[in-house]
Design a protein. Structure first.
Length: 137
C-alpha cells in the first residue's frame, strides 16, 4: 500500500526530474570550472527527450495498469536514464576548449528555475500526504 504512494507516475517524474537537475547542476559547475583548461570538452546531461518519449509510450498505448494483476501498458518511467555526454564536435577557442560561459550561465539559470519548481511540487505533494496521515489537521 505505501509503495503505491511513492511509485505513482507523478512522484516518479518529480524524483527523476530532481535527480536530473541535480546532476545537470554538477555538470554545469564542472564546465565552468574548466573554462580555461586547454582541450577541455564540455559535457551535457540528456534526460528530457528520453523522459518525454517514455511518457508518450506509456500513455499512447491506451492501457493503464489499475490492478497489479494487469499487464503493464507501456514503458515505466523508472527505467528512464540520465546520461552525461561529452560535446566534442565544436571548439570555441584555438586551444580546443569549447565551453561558452554565456551558454553555461543561461543553462544554470534555467536549471535552477526548473529544480526549484520541481522541489516546490514535491514539497506540496508530501505536505498533502502529511495532511492525510494527520487526519486533515
Amino acid at each position: 500500500m505505501i509503495d503505491q504512494l511513492f511509485s505513482n507516475d507523478t512522484f516518479v517524474a518529480l524524483q527523476k526530474g530532481l535527480d536530473a537537475s541535480s546532476l545537470k547542476q554538477q555538470v554545469i559547475a564542472n564546465n565552468v570550472a574548466n573554462i580555461n583548461t586547454p582541450g577541455y570538452k564540455k559535457q551535457d546531461v540528456s534526460f528530457e527527450d528520453e523522459f518525454k518519449q517514455a511518457i508518450d509510450n506509456k500513455y499512447d498505448a491506451g492501457m493503464l495498469q489499475t490492478d497489479p494483476r494487469h499487464l503493464p501498458g507501456g514503458s515505466s518511467l523508472t527505467s528512464v536514464g540520465i546520461k552525461v555526454t561529452t560535446v566534442g564536435a565544436t571548439s570555441m577557442r584555438y586551444d580546443g576548449n569549447n565551453v561558452d560561459i554565456d551558454e553555461e550561465m543561461s543553462k544554470l539559470a534555467e536549471n535552477t528555475i526548473r529544480y526549484n519548481a520541481m522541489a516546490q511540487l514535491m514539497s506540496s505533494r508530501l505536505s498533502s500526504l502529511k495532511t492525510v496521515i494527520n487526519g486533515g489537521r
